[in-house]
Design a protein around this ligand. Structure first.
Ligand code: SF4
Length: 359
């Protein structure tokens, strides 16, 4: 039995405003976000990572503001409720940048290079993060330590911890840093995050690869019926099913993956696909058409809510601003604890006995 006084778990997640959200975002994250906001065990914070948008859109930032607005509309259309979740804009909470600065002081490059997301990004950039960092360091007029392959002027303490974690193959450098960098006591000042995966962490795109705007293989949450029908018509299928008379295997077909998402509630539809596909009783064209109609049924209410918010951009921004204010209050509390842990000014002022006023 719950008393209602249990401490809630904090959920924090966000997306970069680099374009419209698609059904991959919905099933990969948004669906779970909506579920969590309706679960009294969680305290949910969802943000639009406009600072992070600069990791790819740094050369042309003209779309970031509009994309931020559109993603907020997507969030609301997908079912995020500002009465249940705090929805905010990252750059409206400058405490994030301050915490980032402090964390970056104790993050050796070697650890960053092992982060899969960064590796992937660097592959896309076709150059190593080290080279990028070196260039940034040069731009800032910082000396590089090329012989140690550490582009920034790391503190000696960090170099030592970095070397040790390399030598012993330490999994979590934070553990290693705790001893040396006393201020970084993760457990007492900050909470170590845990991962929460969705049931459908990844859905294939129209071409069978991971759904991504940059691959042009996505169905956005604002896609029209006509575009859904046209795009799904040319969707890839089981490659072994070359002719209409060839039996297929739905388990290797992206169309069947989508049927599982959109047709599961239609009685008998999944069995119809499996039976028809494996016996060549149905053709891929009719199979895709049936899936497209269910996708349209699923997307219609999302799109309807989207249109409602599109017509009220002022209202959308008011919700975002109010959420950002709420998030900032929480972030300010966190940063007070972090600052005290890092610099200990509160303690120092007490020792001196002077004014407790902050500078
Ligand atoms: S019949 Fe359907 S499930 Fe089978 S290969 Fe064609 S599109 Fe895929």
């Amino acid at each position: 039995m719950t008393t209602g006084l249990e401490k809630k778990s904090r959920v924090l997640s966000g997306m970069r405003p680099t374009g419209r959200l698609h059904i991959g975002h919905y099933f990969g994250a948004l669906q779970n976000w909506v579920r969590l906001q309706n679960d009294p065990a969680y305290d949910c914070f969802y943000f639009i990572a406009d600072w992070h948008a600069l990791t790819s859109d740094y050369a042309d930032t003209s779309g970031v503001a509009e994309n931020t607005l559109q993603i907020m509309i997507d969030y609301l259309a997908a079912g995020l409720d500002p009465a249940k979740s705090v929805i905010f804009q990252q750059s409206a909470v400058p405490e994030h940048a301050e915490l980032h600065l402090l964390l970056s002081m104790v993050t050796p490059l070697g650890e960053l290079e092992r982060v899969p997301t960064l590796k992937f990004a660097s592959l896309k950039l076709k150059e190593a993060p080290l080279e990028v960092s070196n260039r940034v360091a040069q731009r800032l007029g910082l000396e590089t330590r090329s012989e140690k392959k550490m582009p920034f002027q790391f503190l000696d303490i960090e170099v030592a911890a970095y070397r040790r974690s390399k030598a012993i193959g330490h999994k979590n450098f934070l553990d290693e840093m705790k001893e040396d960098a006393g201020f970084f006591k993760v457990s007492s000042v900050l909470t170590e995050p845990q991962v929460m995966l969705t049931k459908t962490p990844r859905i294939p795109g129209l071409d069978g690869r991971k759904m991504s705007k940059s691959y042009g293989n996505a169905i956005t949450l604002s896609e029209s019926d006509a575009d859904i029908r046209a795009k799904t018509k040319v969707m890839v299928t089981d490659p072994a099913r070359k002719r209409r008379t060839d039996p297929g295997n739905p388990d290797v077909c992206p169309v069947y993956d989508w049927h599982k998402l959109f047709s599961a509630e239609e009685p008998g539809r999944l069995e119809w696909v499996r039976q028809g596909c494996t016996t060549a009783g149905i053709g891929c064209i009719e199979c895709k058409a049936a899936m497209a109609e269910n996708l349209i049924k699923w997307i219609a209410p999302v799109r309807e809510r989207r249109v409602k918010w599109e017509n009220d951009p002022k209202g959308v921004l008011e919700i975002l601003d109010a959420g950002s204010k709420r998030a900032r209050v929480v972030a300010q509390g966190t940063m007070e604890r972090v600052r005290e842990a890092v610099f200990g000014w509160g303690k120092k002022r007490k020792e001196i006995g002077g004014s407790a006023a902050k500078v």
